[in-house]
Design a protein around this ligand. Structure first.
Ligand code: URA
Length: 198
């Protein structure tokens, strides 16, 4: 059976698109292989490119705070991006880059088999919605809603949220953002309880 280490090894020698030429480090993803909760970001930014870790810049600090509102810490969850290399100047991912890189994320999901997938931002939401047969409209319409799909012989919840960078840019959205994460806490707790009851 494939492991996250196997996937990381493939990522670290990837030349499927041009981004490997301009990146400093690959950012494969990090966290708990056995986590019930999988966060999907878009692509590494400057800090992530320098450190080889996802969400370690300002948006990452905000994400860490939001994860704590769920009663969890970063070691409890798994975090990976759709793209494993930084697009120059943090430009938006290109369709051909998503096409080339997306299968790494799908393989990571296959290993972790999370019960809750939280998509951060438009690109990750569109990618995950398409991969799980959900209809993507717009992040503004979908954000905060919980969708349920069947995968890995269980029910999997998929949630779209604004990207934390958007909240840094528009602090007036922060209170609503915090509420969304608090609601997610009950989703995770409910699941843990039902596992316990089983
Ligand atoms: N933004 C993302 O989408 N991912 C990161 O890892 C950092 C910033």
């Amino acid at each position: 059976m494939e492991t996250l280490e196997d996937i990381k090894r493939d990522i670290m020698q990837c030349k499927r698109c041009e981004l490997h030429k301009t990146k400093t480090n690959f950012v494969p993803g990090s966290g708990n292989e056995r986590s019930e909760v999988f966060f999907v970001g878009e692509a590494p930014g400057k800090e992530e490119d320098l450190k080889g870790e996802p969400f370690v810049g300002n948006a990452g600090k905000l994400l860490t705070e939001m994860i704590s509102l769920m009663g969890l810490c970063r070691e409890d969850v798994f975090i990976a991006n759709v793209l494993k290399c930084r697009p120059p100047n943090n430009r938006d991912p290109l369709p051909e880059e998503i096409e080339a890189c997306g299968s790494y994320l799908l393989r990571q999901l296959e290993v972790v088999k999370p019960s809750v997938i939280i998509c951060l931002g438009r690109y990750s939401t569109r990618f995950i919605f398409e991969a799980f047969g959900l209809n993507f409209s717009s992040i503004t319409k979908l954000q905060g809603k919980v969708f349920e799909v069947s995968a890995w012989d269980k029910s999997v919840k998929i949630v779209a949220l604004y990207h934390p960078a958007a909240i840094l840019y528009k602090p007036q959205l922060r209170a609503e953002y915090e509420e969304s994460f608090k609601r997610l806490a009950s989703l995770v707790k409910k699941r843990q309880k039902s596992l316990f009851d089983f």
